[in-house]
Design a protein around this ligand. Structure first.
Ligand SMILES: NC(=O)c1ccc[n+]([C@@H]2O[C@H](COP(=O)([O-])OP(=O)(O)OC[C@H]3O[C@@H](n4cnc5c(N)ncnc54)[C@H](O)[C@@H]3O)[C@@H](O)[C@H]2O)c1
Length: 355
């Protein structure tokens, strides 16, 4: 750690890498040390744009003492291998979502990081939005009363060219379908705000990308442990793509977040701070509805800085790998439910039955 700043090395220089690089560049507690990618051209774009080192391989990056933490930005099915190597080298990890493609791998990653004494954080950056934090506080304080409904609506669009831009983006087993590649964030918010889920009943279809063998549309009904119910609706078929909505309805209040903006915030017990909470977020901020790169880097910066502060202080980050495991379990349960055409209860008994 130089100048009390945590050094990050990026594994992967693809679509999401510049967002991490910009976030690191803007940070006072974390810094970008270097990057590695199998694709030399992609790596060179990051090294020249951000003035950082380029390493020939992950193994060489792990040998650099200036790298305290590795950001795992490879395709979903490759996260496991990288996390196991980074943990063995004593590096903290920031893993892009989903943490891995199976619960077995996720559990091994959790064990390996614990055994090595390194922090493991997952980039489910939507949790850091001010509107999400306000809803979470209200839920914890019981302001909603009994929560009746907790829903996520994601009516997005991705072109056929987006799917064709890389082989892994056309592979369900790599988590490229809408359920894991896009909706993961909003299932995670439901899990974070109203979970855990007890039973899910899902249907999956391909509406607008017939040449690609994965689901571009998910509809699921969920029963929560708490007794609340909800729906998850997610699609990349719905041109031009509109802002996500998270809706929580209880006996004493309703909160709706659109994109990152608090759209509705109404409780029977109006409080003085509610006026300010209603102003959280902005409709002008892009949150991915219309294209994979239509995003800001600020949410990533919040995740990275929270992890860096945990590393510096010895505490735990706000988003931990064990804390995101239930989101993966919920997503995998939806795949099994869609395959069986029947509700599936959690915990998920046999993940091998999914594919
Ligand atoms: N949090 C978010 O909002 C968000 C947004 C987009 C993507 N993601 C996640 O980020 C991850 C990467 O997605 P992407 O869209 O950037 O993918 P991408 O295909 O654009 O980039 C991945 C890069 O990893 C490189 N790579 C693969 N194997 C490697 C290896 N063994 N060593 C070095 N480099 C290797 C590839 O060459 C490629 O450049 C995925 O897990 C995805 O789900 C998260």
């Amino acid at each position: 750690m130089r100048d009390s700043r945590v050094g990050f090395g990026l594994l992967g220089a693809g679509l999401i890498a510049p967002f991490h690089a910009r976030a690191l560049q803007a940070s006072q507690v974390a810094e970008l040390i270097g990057v590695t990618d199998l694709d030399a051209g992609r790596m060179a774009k990051i090294t020249s744009a951000f003035g950082c080192k380029g390493y020939p391989s992950l193994e060489v990056m792990l040998e650099d003492p200036a790298v305290d933490a590795v950001s795992v930005l490879t395709p979903n099915h490759l996260h496991y291998d990288a996390v196991m190597k980074a943990a063995a080298a004593g590096k903290h990890v920031l893993i892009e979502k989903p943490p891995a493609m199976t619960l077995r791998e996720t559990d091994e990653m959790i064990k390996a990081c614990q055994a090595a004494g390194v922090k493991a954080c997952v980039s489910v950056q939507c949790r850091t939005r001010k509107a999400v934090q306000a809803i979470r506080r209200a839920a914890r304080e019981g302001r909603f009363g009994t929560i009746y409904h907790a829903d996520a609506y994601m009516k997005w669009f991705r072109s056929a060219d987006y799917y064709r831009s890389d082989a892994w983006r056309m592979s369900r087993r790599s988590g490229a379908g809408v359920t894991i590649q896009q909706a993961f964030h909003y299932v995670d918010l439901l899990q974070y705000l109203a979970g855990p889920a007890r039973t899910v009943h899902a249907r999956m279809r391909n509406l607008a990308h017939p040449a690609i063998d994965l689901e571009d549309t998910l509809l699921a009904f969920v029963d929560y442990e708490s007794g609340a119910q909800g729906v998850v609706q997610a699609s990349t078929a719905l041109w031009p793509g509109t802002d996500i909505r998270i809706e929580i309805n209880g006996e004493n209040g309703t909160a709706i977040m659109s994109g990152e903006r608090m759209d509705t915030w109404k409780f029977r017990d109006e409080r003085p701070e509610d006026a300010e909470i209603r102003s959280y977020g902005s409709a002008a901020v892009a949150t991915g509805a219309t294209g994979a790169a239509d995003l800001g880097f600020q949410d990533h910066q919040a995740v990275i800085e929270d992890l860096a502060k945990a590393i510096l202080s010895g505490g735990e980050p706000m988003i931990t790998l064990p804390g995101v495991r239930p989101t993966l379990e919920w997503c995998l349960a939806m795949y099994l439910s869609a395959k069986l055409g029947a509700p599936v209860s959690l915990p998920l008994e046999d993940e091998k039955a999914i594919w």
